[in-house]
Design a binder for this molecule. Structure first.
Ligand code: COA
Length: 254
């Protein structure tokens, strides 16, 4: 079974994260598969809507920590950046169904989605600081815009999880359902959108994004430069090694 399942039906391409043994954490191969599917969805007229989903127990545990340690993204053409630019510039409706933990990029990718449906077990977190890193996916721009500066600082500096109801309150999530309902509900909403005129959907999305796309791509590139540097620095090395060794990190010497 592939770690990314791609299924297209009735104008909806559903991308399912399927690496449950590692809590749907994302490897370079998974980003590459996602980036390729997003490009195909953009170019294929038979695809009108894309839905990203995980499992009812976990959406995504973020980047694979082993990859962070041993095979970090090293150029702007790395699969992770192709995926992020792909969703940031995706012209058609992009939906997500989120249950359980959504860590790091598992949360930041949602700021590029048009509609997000959550299970009541969803727990969103952006623990970049706790890993010796900094925000990515233009989250340093988009999180303050959506949450307001102080709540964004809480989310991005403390990095503690916030639950589905809090995400609903700040507008990151459209609706909270039971975990067993979330994927099916998102899928029904996606099919509803796929039946609408695609020209109107694309134009509406373009207008709502309000010409911010360049700023988003520019911020992503700026963040990627810092993130790449910080991945190799002592604080991140200590955080990743501690995760692998199942102990608390010790930042007292970094
Ligand atoms: N990269 C690599 N492996 C990961 C992973 C990741 N991001 N997240 C989880 N795993 C692995 C665990 O090491 C564990 O492996 P093991 O079975 O060999 O011990 C397995 O997946 C199950 O994870 P576990 O932590 O036991 O599950 P949990 O239900 O207790 O907790 C999470 C789930 C997502 C809350 C927790 O795994 C977690 O915090 N993961 C790290 C998230 C992270 O920091 N990501 C980077 C963000 S930038």
């Amino acid at each position: 079974m592939s770690d990314i399942l791609v299924h297209a039906e009735d104008g909806v391409m559903t991308l399912t994260l399927n690496r449950l043994a590692r809590k749907n954490s994302l490897t370079a191969d998974m980003y590459a598969a996602l980036a390729e599917a997003i490009t195909q969805a953009r170019d294929d007229a038979s695809v009108r809507v894309v839905l990203l989903q995980g499992h009812e127990t976990v959406f995504c545990a973020g980047n694979d920590i082993g990859d962070f340690l041993n095979a970090p993204a090293s150029s702007e053409d790395a699969p992770v950046f192709r995926f992020l630019r792909g969703i940031a510039a995706f012209p058609k409706p992009l939906l997500a169904a989120v249950c359980g933990p959504a860590v790091g990029i598992g949360t930041t990718m949602l700021f590029h989605c048009d509609l997000v449906y959550a299970g009541d077990n969803a727990a969103f977190s952006m623990p970049f600081v706790n890993l010796g890193l900094c925000p990515e996916a233009a989250s340093s721009l988009l999180v303050p815009q959506m949450l307001g500066y102080h709540r964004a600082a809480e989310a991005l500096m403390l990095g503690e999880p916030f639950m589905a109801e809090a995400a609903l309150e700040v507008g990151l999530v459209n609706r909270v359902l039971t975990p067993t309902e979330a994927n099916a509900y998102a899928s029904a909403q996606a099919r509803k959108l796929a039946a609408k005129p695609i020209t109107s959907l694309v134009e509406t999305k373009r207008l709502m994004k309000g010409g911010q796309q360049q700023a988003v791509l520019q911020r992503m590139a700026e963040e990627a430069e810092s993130f790449g540097r910080m991945l190799k620095a002592p604080a991140a090395k200590e955080a990743f090694t501690a995760f692998m060794e199942k102990r608390k990190p010790d930042f007292s010497k970094v």
